[in-house]
Structure formats: C-alpha cells, structure tokens
Design a protein around this ligand. Structure first.
Ligand SMILES: Nc1ncnc2c1ncn2[C@@H]1O[C@H](COP(=O)(O)OP(=O)(O)O)[C@@H](O)[C@H]1O
Ligand SMILES: [Mg+2]
Length: 259
C-alpha cells in the first residue's frame, strides 16, 4: 500500500518542487516505485522532470474536474511516474465552486492507484485553497520544506495550524494526517544566520525535524533546466547525496513506525 505524502508549505520558493523531484528520484534509486502528482499551476515539477508543455494533454486539472482517472493521466518517466499540471489549475476554485465534498476528490481518485506505488508525492502550490485542501485530505502525511531564512520560519506556524485543522476534520472520517517531517532547505553553509534558523526549527519540532539538511547548491538549481533530477544530472554532487540521505532517513523512519 503506497504512502501518500504532501510536500507543502504556503510559502513559495522554499524548495517544495525541488524536494518532490529529488526525493522522488532518490526513493526510486532505493527501488521504491514513485508517483508524483503535480498540483501547482506553474507546473514546475512537470517541466523539471522533462515533460514538454505542448505534449501534455491530460493533467491533474482534468483529474480534479472531470471523470478522467489518475491512471489515464499518468506519464511514465525514467525514475518515476508523473501526473502533470497545467495552468488551468489556477481557476480550479471557480470550476469546483458548487461541487460537493470538493476537498475529497483527489483522495477518492487516488484509491485506484495506491496499491501500484510505494510512495505518492504531491507537489503542492504555494497559497491555500482547494488544491492544498485536496492534497491534505488525500495524504497520509505532510513533509514541510522550510528555507533557512526568517520569514520562512514564520510561515511554518501557519502551515502547522492548517495541518491541525485538517487533522480535526479527518478524524471525524476516521482518517489521519501526520507530519512526516520538517525539512530544512537552502542552507548557506557560510552564513551563521541560517544555522540559527536550524536551531529554532529544531526547538519547535524536536522529534519532527529531519536530521538531513539540504544545502544551497547550484546543481539543484540547474538540474531542472535539463529536465532531470539531480541524481541523473550530477549523481556525485552534494545536493544529490543530501537527497539520497533524506530518502534513507524517511525510509528508516517508516520502517521504525511499522515495527
Ligand atoms: N537547495 C537549493 N539550493 C539552491 N537552490 C535551490 C535549492 N532548493 C531550491 N532552490 C531553488 O529555489 C527556487 C525555488 O525552489 P522550488 O523548489 O521551486 O520552491 P517551491 O516549489 O517551494 O516554490 C528554484 O529556483 C530552485 O531551483
Ligand atoms: Mg513549486
């Protein structure tokens, strides 16, 4: 049974998409079968994984607004499968305005493919709204990337409050939503201030902060321009190693949970 993880933070630019792509690739390198669902109208994960906008017909927008199934929307890539996104997602709020239980569409649709994967990663857009609600309802856990920067730290509390809200509603449906972990990203190893944010986040989430920290790295920035994960683009780079460490840590945590 696949585990569904939302990669979420209302703040933009914190490393959600970079984490989705590279954690996905790293899990795949450990023989895990991975599906990525791109829920961001910007479609950065879609493009970063090498798909061309003009070649995409079926996207997460049509999964959420028509009877298109996830299976029909899946594109197979080298290291993982992906359901691409498109700009129409921007108008999803209006489109689903009158729909009943609109937060639960993705959750129901994912049931049909859950068995086929070890991990399903949902790349969430910044901002709140119907897309995030769908992602959190469908997920077993949330991974929150936090940039080692003050305003990102501030946004973390908002994200956690949102998770608590959804947890309360899901409880009434006998479903749960846990925090998979808080991931510190874009750490500038030469800047002392970044380490202060690391300490503050660890104080706030002593048991939930991943040991692995993602440093600032030009390889991580450049890989998506080539439509590749950093593992494919520069396997021996620091960014690649750190995302493999993260995958290992996540797999270990999940193994321990099951014991
Ligand atoms: N560890 C990192 N080192 C350097 N640049 C990064 C790193 N993580 C992300 N970036 C860059 O920061 C920008 C925002 O990252 P992205 O993953 O798209 O964030 P989000 O999906 O949260 O908006 C992108 O240009 C990306 O290449
Ligand atoms: Mg993104």
């Amino acid at each position: 049974m696949g585990k569904i993880i939302a990669i979420a933070n209302q703040k933009g630019g914190v490393g959600k998409t970079t984490t989705t792509i590279n954690l996905g690739a790293a899990l795949s390198s450990f023989n895990q079968k991975v599906l990525v669902i791109d829920l961001d109208p910007q479609a950065n994960a879609t493009i970063g994984l090498g798909l061309k906008r003009e070649m995409i017909n079926y996207t997460s927008y049509f999964v959420l607004t028509t009877n298109l199934t996830i299976k029909e929307a899946i594109q197979k890539q080298l290291m993982m499968d992906i359901v691409p996104a498109s700009i129409e997602l921007e108008n999803i709020g209006e489109k689903l305005y009158d729909t009943k239980e609109k937060e639960q569409i993705l959750s129901h649709k994912l049931e049909a493919v859950k068995e086929d994967y070890d991990f399903i990663l949902l790349d969430c857009p910044p901002s709140s709204g119907i897309l995030i609600d769908n992602a959190l309802f469908a997920s077993d856990s949330v991974l929150i990337p936090v940039e080692c920067e003050y305003f990102a730290y501030d946004a973390l509390t908002q994200m956690v409050n949102k998770i608590y809200q959804v947890q309360t509603i899901k409880k009434t449906l006998k479903q749960s939503l846990i925090i998979e972990g808080v991931l510190l990203t874009k750490l500038d190893n030469r800047n002392v201030f970044g380490y202060r944010i690391v300490e503050k986040v660890k104080e706030l989430f002593p048991d939930k902060t991943f040991q692995t920290i993602i440093s600032r790295s030009s390889h991580l920035q450049e890989a998506p321009m080539h439509g590749k994960s950093v593992l494919e683009f520069a396997y021996n780079s620091r960014g690649s190693k750190q995302y493999r460490d993260l995958a290992k840590e996540l797999l270990d945590n999940n193994r321990k949970e099951k014991e």
